[in-house]
Design a protein around this ligand. Structure first.
Ligand SMILES: Cc1cc2nc3c(=O)[nH]c(=O)nc-3n(C[C@H](O)[C@H](O)[C@H](O)COP(=O)(O)OP(=O)(O)OC[C@H]3O[C@@H](n4cnc5c(N)ncnc54)[C@H](O)[C@@H]3O)c2cc1C
Length: 472
């Protein structure tokens, strides 16, 4: 009998895999399958792992069979939706990947303004369905991202200041727990689990379906990026500090220090040179958005001004081409209460020191509806900081990636004194050990109690892991 084993956990034999395969409506992909390499690939290029098998689930029954199988065989389990985990938690060596990426059902109730969405949808698929009714909820800045990992970690996006985080719009979830049971969590049922699913990640089981609150959005909004030369970064950061201090909640904006991509909408001479990009979205009437966002466009002499009326779905996918699957990516993030003079000076210095033209310093303006949700209502780490700082070390392939990671770490270290402590768990890369700080002790303890209840043996450990108190 052939044995496949590379994991510190159980071994799995062909006969057992065959039994699993026969129990599925979906597919089982083994290393011998010609589709294996494509099936094991995840978004972040440096992650290169070889699972013993990949279950492509067709529905909840397959998820349950896969969980029961993994438990009975003591297999390491990786769960995936959109495969965008930065640290590569959605794959593993030698274990079982439970892939919900094919579960793409969605039902919109336009009258109730709600959506039932299966866990394999990406944001572009979700937006496609909801925008057919002029509705949306906060989704990712890159539309290839999966709704599942995104929602469970919190979810920051262009609608957050008007509609809240994605997890703030979660009304209920169906979850397959470590013992294979299906649990429904909402404000009325299994409330503590519902609390933990809004920020606590994939620790408590596999969510098969999400129910979201939707909001009237667009379909056309005033939105887009305005590019300025990088040598104006200090001036533009100071502008951004002032501008964001009085923005209405309908406006969500981002400042990005990077280098100009070789895009046809930018003049050739700026390609590869430092730029400071202001990006804004106004979730309201276009004319009102034009007025509110106008100061971002009026700083004089932009390299390119691409802001204008744009369909919400087009805005959601505008950045996709800049974040292709297979590139090398490292994120390190934190919260900032303010954009201090010292942080401006450091960001400008670090922008100049960037080793890779693809690297970026993002300053997301939060607040608004995010800050209005009481902190204790969800497990999400920090609602009071006005800014999320995200440093992205990025290269197209492995060439220069180590330097880009080092730059991102150095950049974060230099800015750390200006941060509020903690981090956003969905932006944590491999080697980031700030999980307790990300939640704070009180929330962390509450998450451990939930973990003890729903996954005491830590079957679901490939995530920003809350270890159960038994220490599994
Ligand atoms: C290009 C890019 C852009 C991004 N932009 C944003 C952004 O704008 N805003 C933001 O907030 N974040 C953003 N992120 C971070 C993103 O939220 C996380 O990477 C998130 O985990 C992606 O979810 P996924 O389903 O695609 O990932 P996967 O890799 O499929 O899953 C990640 C983890 O989530 C858990 N998980 C996934 N599916 C399930 C499930 N069904 N049940 C239980 N647990 C599950 C598992 O622990 C899994 O390891 C971005 C990431 C990338 C790479």
């Amino acid at each position: 009998m052939a044995i496949h084993e590379t994991s510190a956990h159980g071994v799995v034999g062909d006969a057992s895999l065959q039994e699993l395969e026969e129990s599925l409506r979906g597919e089982l992909i083994r290393p011998s399958d010609p589709r294996y390499d494509e099936a094991r690939a995840v978004w972040n290029g440096p992650i290169d792992k070889h699972p013993a098998a990949i279950v492509r689930c067709a529905g909840v029954a397959d998820v349950r069979h896969a969980v029961e199988f993994a438990r009975s065989q003591d297999l390491l389990v990786a769960v995936r939706g959109g495969k965008h985990s930065l640290p590569g938690f959605s794959t593993c060596d030698g274990g079982l990947v439970i892939d919900l990426g094919g579960m793409k059902g969605m039902r919109v109730d336009p009258a109730a303004r709600t959506a039932q969405a299966q866990a394999g949808l990406t944001w572009s698929e979700f937006d496609h369905e909801s925008q057919a009714f002029g509705l949306a909820t906060t989704g990712g800045l890159v539309s290839t991202t999966g709704i599942a990992g995104f929602t469970l970690g919190g979810g920051i996006g262009w609608l957050m200041r008007s509609c809240g985080l994605t997890c703030d719009n979660l009304l209920s979830a169906d979850l397959v727990s470590a013992d294979g049971e299906l649990v429904h969590a909402s404000a009325d049922e299994n409330q503590e689990l519902f609390w933990g699913l809004r920020g606590g990640g994939g620790n408590f089981g596999i969510v098969t379906g999400f129910e979201y609150r939707l909001h009237p959005v667009g379909p056309v909004l005033m939105a887009g990026p305005v590019f300025y030369r990088g040598d104006r970064a200090a001036e533009i950061l100071r502008f951004y500090r002032e501008f964001t201090s009085s923005l209405p909640d309908e406006a969500t904006t981002l400042l990005n220090l990077t280098n100009a991509p070789p895009a046809p909408f930018l003049p050739d001479e700026i390609h590869g040179k430092p730029v400071c990009v202001l990006v804004g979205v106004y979730n309201g009437p276009v004319a009102e958005g034009e007025r509110v966002l106008a100061p971002m466009r009026e700083l004089g002499d932009p390299v390119a001004d691409l802001m204008g009326p744009i369909p919400y779905v087009a805005m959601q996918s505008l950045l996709d081409a800049l974040y292709p699957a297979g590139g090398s990516n490292y994120f390190k993030a934190g919260y900032m209460e303010e954009i201090s003079d010292a942080s401006i000076e450091t960001m400008v210095e670090q922008h100049r020191a960037m080793s890779s033209p693809m690297s970026e310093i993002h300053v997301h303006h939060v607040g608004g509806a995010v800050a209005r949700v009481p902190d204790s209502e969800t497990a999400f780490g920090n609602r009071s900081a006005d800014f999320v700082l995200n440093i992205l070390g990025r290269t197209p392939d492995s060439n220069g990636f180590d330097e880009a990671v080092q730059w991102a770490r150095d950049c974060y270290d230099a800015l750390e004194p200006q941060t509020a402590g903690g981090t956003y768990t969905n932006f944590m890369s491999a080697g980031d050990d700030r999980l307790k700080e990300a939640y704070g002790q009180e929330k962390y303890d509450r998450l451990v109690a939930l973990k003890d209840r729903y996954d005491p043996t830590n079957l679901f450990r490939l995530n920003q892991n809350i270890a159960p108190s038994a220490g599994a």
